[in-house]
Design a protein around this ligand. Structure first.
Ligand SMILES: [Zn+2]
Length: 98
């Protein structure tokens, strides 16, 4: 989903795995600082590896409240997300699946 296009007063409901959003964001920023391939395939593979190592954390919320919720969740989960994302990126870096 493209969360950048959502306005704050959007009342429609969404079901989101909070950790998935945090992992995608972290993979996108971390992959650029590493000396490795940053194609779509490698990014998504790293997301999958990291997400399989983390618990799922599903929430229902309104689209308008999602950004604030993700920001709050980021504080709670950033350490474990960071650790698993870096591990996953190293796995993909050593064994690119293409
Ligand atoms: Zn690649």
């Amino acid at each position: 989903m493209n969360i950048e296009k959502i306005t704050r007063d959007d009342e429609s409901m969404v079901l989101v795995n909070v950790l998935e959003e945090l992992v995608r964001e972290k993979v996108d920023s971390a992959i650029k600082s590493l000396d490795m391939c940053s194609c779509e395939k490698c990014r998504l593979n790293a997301c999958a590896i990291a997400l399989n190592a983390l618990p799922a954390k599903y929430v229902t919320t309104t689209k308008g409240a999602l950004m604030a919720l993700l920001a709050a969740s980021n504080l709670e989960y950033q350490t474990s997300v960071q650790v698993e994302v870096i591990k996953a990126l190293n796995v993909v870096k050593e064994n690119p699946m293409h």
